[in-house]
Write a protein that binds this ligand. Structure first.
Ligand code: ATP
Length: 290
C-alpha cells in the first residue's frame, strides 16, 4: 500500500466577502498547518471503499462516508479525469488525527493525501501546481492541505501564497462532540450580513501578519457560529487570560500559547471542565508521501 499524509489547519484570520454569482464567497484567509495529520493508504480494489480509523471518538468516525461520497474518492476521480485515464476503483485506508466536521479541514487533508498517494500509485507524474488545480475542484481547503505552512488564501481560499513560517506556537483544540456543517454556517452568515465585507485587503492582512498587528483569531464566521451554537461564546472565555478562537466554520475553538507549559495548563483546565481537547502545535509540513 502506498501512504501519504497531510495536515489539519487552523485559520489565524478569516474574513468573508459578499456572495458571488457562483454561490461561493470570496474570502481572505491566513491558514496555518498543524502537527496533527491524516494518513491515507491506497491499493486497487473491486469497488471504491474507504475505511476510517484513528484516535477519535467513535461518533466522530461514524460521520465519515465509507463509499463514493468520501472526499478521497471524489479526489481520485478528479485526478483520473485530469490525467485522462480511467479511474480504477481503489481501497483507501484513512487514519485520522483531525476531528470530523470541525473546521480543521480533516476531509480536505484526506483528499490532499489521497491525491499525492494516487499520483504515485498511478505513476502520473502530475506536478504540484497542477495537483493544486485538481485539489481546488475537490474543495476550497484542499490546495492548502497540499501546501501546508503559513499561507494567505484568497478567492475561495484556493489561490495561495506561502508566507514566512511563523515561530512555533502551541495549540489546544477544544473539540465539540457534534460537528457543524460549513454550508449551515455560511447560510447563517448570509442571513446576518448579506453584504459581507472585508476590513482588510489581502495585501493589508499579509502586511499586518508580518509586522505583528494582525488581529489573530478574527473570524467573520464567529457571529453565525455563535448564533447556531450559543455555548461557543461561553467556551471561548473559559480560560482566564486565554481567548479561544474559532477555526474556519467551527465549531472547534483553538487556544494559542507560546510555551508547552501554558498549553498544558489550558488543556488541563478545559479537561477538568469536561471538554474533549487535542494538544498540538503549529507545523510547516504540507502533504507528503510517507
Ligand atoms: P473544512 O474545514 O474543509 O470545511 P471540516 O474540517 O469542517 O471541513 P470535514 O472533516 O472535512 O469538515 O467533514 C465535513 C463533512 O464532509 C463530514 O460531515 C462528512 O459527511 C463529509 N466527508 C466527506 N469525506 C470526508 C472525509 N474523508 N473525512 C471527513 N468527512 C468527510
Amino acid at each position: 500500500m502506498i501512504y501519504a499524509s497531510a495536515p489539519g489547519k487552523i485559520n489565524l484570520f478569516f474574513e468573508v466577502g459578499p456572495l458571488r454569482p457562483d454561490g461561493f464567497h470570496s474570502v481572505t484567509s491566513i491558514y496555518q498547518s498543524l502537527a496533527i495529520r491524516q494518513r491515507v493508504g491506497v491499493t486497487p480494489a473491486e469497488t471504491w471503499v474507504v475505511t476510517t480509523t484513528g484516535e477519535l471518538p467513535t461518533e466522530q468516525l461514524n460521520l465519515v462516508p465509507k463509499g463514493e461520497e468520501n472526499l478521497v474518492v471524489i479526489a481520485a476521480k478528479k485526478l483520473a479525469e485530469f490525467a485522462g485515464i480511467e479511474a480504477q476503483p481503489m481501497r483507501f485506508e484513512t487514519i485520522k488525527q483531525v476531528p470530523v466536521a470541525a473546521g480543521l479541514a480533516g476531509g480536505s487533508a484526506d483528499a490532499a493525501a489521497a491525491l499525492l498517494a494516487l499520483n504515485e500509485h498511478w505513476s502520473l507524474g502530475v506536478e504540484m501546481t497542477e495537483l493544486s488545480e485538481v485539489a481546488a475542484k475537490v474543495g476550497s481547503d484542499v490546495p492548502f492541505a497540499l501546501l501546508g505552512g503559513t499561507a494567505l488564501g484568497v478567492d475561495t481560499g484556493i489561490e495561495l501564497e506561502r508566507l514566512s513560517d511563523m515561530p512555533t506556537k502551541h495549540i489546544v483544540l477544544l473539540v465539540s462532540p457534534h460537528g457543524l456543517g460549513t454550508k449551515e454556517v455560511f447560510g447563517e452568515f448570509d442571513r446576518l450580513s448579506p453584504n459581507g465585507e472585508m476590513s482588510l485587503s489581502p495585501e493589508e492582512a499579509k502586511a499586518a501578519l508580518s509586522n505583528g498587528t494582525l488581529p489573530i483569531g478574527k473570524n467573520a464566521l464567529w457571529g453565525p457560529a455563535v448564533d447556531l451554537r450559543p455555548e461557543l461564546a461561553q467556551y471561548a472565555g473559559l480560560v482566564s487570560g486565554q481567548q479561544g478562537f474559532l477555526t474556519g466554520s467551527g465549531p472547534t475553538l483553538y487556544f494559542l500559547t507560546d510555551t508547552k507549559e501554558q498549553a498544558d495548563e489550558v488543556a488541563a483546565k478545559l479537561s477538568d471542565l469536561g471538554h474533549f481537547t487535542i494538544s498540538t502545535q503549529t507545523d510547516q509540513v504540507g502533504a507528503r508521501l510517507d
